[in-house]
Design a protein around this ligand. Structure first.
Ligand SMILES: Cc1cc2nc3c(=O)[nH]c(=O)nc-3n(C[C@H](O)[C@H](O)[C@H](O)COP(=O)(O)OP(=O)(O)OC[C@H]3O[C@@H](n4cnc5c(N)ncnc54)[C@H](O)[C@@H]3O)c2cc1C
Length: 446
């Protein structure tokens, strides 16, 4: 089968690797020239790392930092209000939980893609798509036809509404983020900061105050850099800055950090560049494929970063494509494609939509609890839901058990048993084996 992919972000590269490994010819169309590096880090939890490990991703070269803990710190006094250990994550889920510099993760994926024979066309922007015909138009007028297209054009997608045939609005949540990468050795030159990080396992050190400002920090690139993000109420001049790459000033960042301990206020001063962007999210699409086109990644499940599941979900999408479209089990014809895409949607949509909806249950960002969200989730997912106890945070055991144990390859293999019928049976256990321990033990502890 000849496959075209729109976008070479994490989702597009990963889908290309999955489909190439499945035995298809794959060509990516990426509008940029890969010149723009995004200076930020990204955490992959075990469900995401499990996918790239199978593909021979070079972890050694990418130098991710393993997370051992989460700390929630009062920003005026530097008192630790909450500490959660991740020490058992790798043993429990059989995979790492680690943070990458985005450029290192992206470069590593690109290397794998090129090794398996994916073609990448840079500077090729898709401006129009015709799902039923399997045809797209590039800027400049060239038309390209393929047997199957994967649309992975990110959260600003121009095409998801064409696939879902409904308007799926991008919603601002009223928060913006100042972000930067600081040289870690410079950060801990400040004696107050040294006390915070010396002799502590790597991971999140998240500061908060009562005004609702949250500063998330964690190391990446072998511990050389500290990734910093200050979530604050959007200022009028930031409303339209939905791109990741808008500049801002140290003065603005320090204004948002008013009242923060001196050791924390010093952190932005160790970095040259400050960036700002305004946080958005979308509701899930009820339909993710049409004709010969499928939407994956942020194009279809753009979520808040509260549980670090956006890229992990994109990697799961790609893992599912590899199994469901394995050439050994799939002969291309438009009818077979339709049947297999239907199976894909039944496997992926309940999980990605639930993840997307749960991403907005963090009260510090949206003030919406799970109770409000359950009805919404039930439109997509009928299986077991974790019983979110009061006080649960994004990183508590029940949440980890819900997300991290998921093995998309195993679940897709199970779904393939229904490939002939083209639909999963009623009562299918969408999340695989949601682990029980976290919920029970966590509830007993609290
Ligand atoms: C602050 C923040 C923190 C996050 N932290 C985490 C985390 O810790 N863990 C995690 O798993 N996720 C995290 N995420 C989410 C994660 O970054 C995204 O889910 C992921 O990067 C989405 O990848 P994508 O490939 O779908 O989209 P993108 O990365 O946006 O890629 C889309 C690509 O398509 C190209 N493109 C767009 N339009 C066209 C077109 N018309 N023609 C051709 N090419 C096109 C673009 O140039 C781009 O290269 C975070 C997100 C944010 C905002």
């Amino acid at each position: 089968m000849d496959v075209g992919i729109v976008g070479a972000g994490i989702a597009g590269l990963a889908a290309a690797i999955g489909l190439r490994r499945a035995g298809h010819n794959v060509e990516i169309f990426e509008k940029s020239n890969f010149k723009r590096e995004i200076g930020a880090a990204i955490l992959l939890t075990p469900n995401g790392n499990r996918v790239i490990r199978r593909w021979g991703f070079d972890f050694h070269k990418a130098r991710p930092v393993d997370f051992k803990q989460f700390r929630f710190v009062r920003v005026e006094t530097l008192q630790i209000a909450l500490r959660t250990s991740f020490e058992d994550v790798e043993e429990r889920f059989g995979e790492r939980m680690c943070a990458y510099h985005r450029v290192d993760l992206h470069s590593g994926l690109r290397e794998v893609a090129e090794k398996v024979g994916v073609k990448i066309r840079l500077g090729a922007e898709v401006v129009e798509v015709w799902p039923e015909e399997g045809e797209v138009e590039l800027r400049g007028g060239e038309k390209v036809k393929k047997d199957f297209w994967v649309l992975a054009d990110g959260c600003h997608t121009g095409f998801v509404s064409k696939i879902a045939q409904e308007h799926i609005p991008s919603v601002k949540i009223g928060k913006s983020v100042y972000r930067w990468l600081a040289p870690f050795d410079k950060v801990i030159e400040h004696p107050g900061a040294a006390i915070l990080w010396n002799n502590e396992g790597a991971g999140f050190c998240t500061f908060f105050n009562e005004k609702g400002v949250t500063m998330v920090t964690y190391p990446c690139r072998g511990g050389e850099l500290l990734n910093c993000a200050v979530f604050h109420d959007t200022r009028p001049e930031e409303r339209d800055k939905e791109d990741w790459d808008s500049d801002t000033t140290h003065e603005k960042v320090l204004e948002a950090m008013e009242g923060f301990h001196e050791a924390v206020r010093n952190i932005p001063m160790t970095a040259d560049q400050m960036k700002v962007y305004t946080v958005t999210q979308r509701p899930p699409s009820t339909r993710i494929y049409r004709g010969k086109m499928l939407c994956i990644g942020d194009a279809t499940h753009h979520m808040l970063p509260t549980h670090a599941q956006g890229a992990c979900s994109a990697l799961e999408d790609a893992g599912a494509l590899e199994i469901l479209f394995a050439a050994s089990n799939f002969t291309y014809s438009p009818a077979n494609l339709e049947k297999r895409l239907n199976l894909y949607q039944q496997l992926r949509l309940p999980r990605s939509a639930t993840t997307q909806i749960l991403s907005s249950t963090n009260p510090r960002f949206t003030m919406e609890g799970l109770a409000k969200k359950t009805d919404e989730i039930r439109k997509f997912y009928q299986g077991e839901l974790v019983d979110w106890p009061m006080g649960v945070t994004s990183w508590s055991e029940p949440i980890r058990d819900f997300f991290y144990g998921y093995d998309v390859f195993k679940e897709a293999e199970k779904a393939m048993e229904y490939a002939e019928v083209g639909a999963l049976p009623q009562g299918w256990k969408w999340f695989g084996d949601v682990k029980e321990r976290g919920r029970m033990e966590w509830a007993m502890k609290t």
